[in-house]
Design a protein around this ligand. Structure first.
Ligand SMILES: [Cu+2]
Length: 206
């Protein structure tokens, strides 16, 4: 008796599952899906990475859309390997270029890649008449250059005595000054003429 009622419940559940999602075409219940799918997203921090190539073992390559998303459908259940190829301007960082994923029938497997944007080669900072550095934080690649533009109000750029920091900019106005950063790290600086006028330069490996 117990076995019979369990079998009935199972049969009913299967019927419900088969009918769900059917548009009511009138061709009767469709069999449960025998394939699965993989979907995922490639991001660099909070930024989506479009135009990345994601190759599926056994065939097929998808290009990530504007939201960094990709998907493969109608896959027979088994283990697959995804291989990521990034567009220019991005690097894997600590992420792995290949990932294994198990696809099961009727299910969507999720595989995400978290990569890193390659920092810009240069950045510009305004040393403005409002006594602020703007933007106060910039990120550049190792060997890159930051250029400060000074208005009519005089400022200086004084770095902490950190190893790898460039030479200070003396008090200047109405000009530009550039410094090259050849060491990775965070380099804070101040204008000693104006309290609270501070900035930082982050330097990353390519
Ligand atoms: Cu200043």
């Amino acid at each position: 008796m117990h076995i019979r009622s369990s079998a009935l419940v199972l049969a009913f559940a299967l019927l419900l599952g088969a009918c769900g999602g059917d548009g009511g075409g009138g061709t009767g219940p469709v069999p449960p899906s025998t394939t699965g799918s993989i979907s995922g997203q490639v991001t660099a921090g909070s930024t989506a990475v479009p135009n990345a190539q994601v190759a599926l073992s056994g065939g097929g390559t998808q290009t990530t859309n504007a939201n960094g998303q990709f998907s493969f459908s109608n896959l027979e259940p088994r283990s697959y390997t995804l291989t990521l190829q990034l567009p220019q301007g991005f690097t894997l960082g600590t992420e792995s270029a290949t990932k294994s994923v198990m696809v099961t029938a009727g299910a969507a497997a999720s595989v995400n890649f978290g990569v890193r944007a390659i920092p810009a080669a240069s950045a510009s900072v305004m040393a403005g008449n409002d006594n602020q550095f703007s933007p106060s934080a910039v990120t550049i690649v190792r060997g890159g250059t930051v250029t400060w533009t000074f208005g009519s109000v005089a400022h200086n750029v004084i770095f902490n005595q950190t190893t790898g920091a460039p030479t200070n900019v003396p008090i200047v106005s109405s000009t530009t000054e550039s410094r090259t950063f050849n060491s990775d790290g965070t380099f804070p600086y101040v204008c000693t003429l104006h309290a609270g006028m501070t900035g930082t330069v982050q330097v990353h490996a390519p």
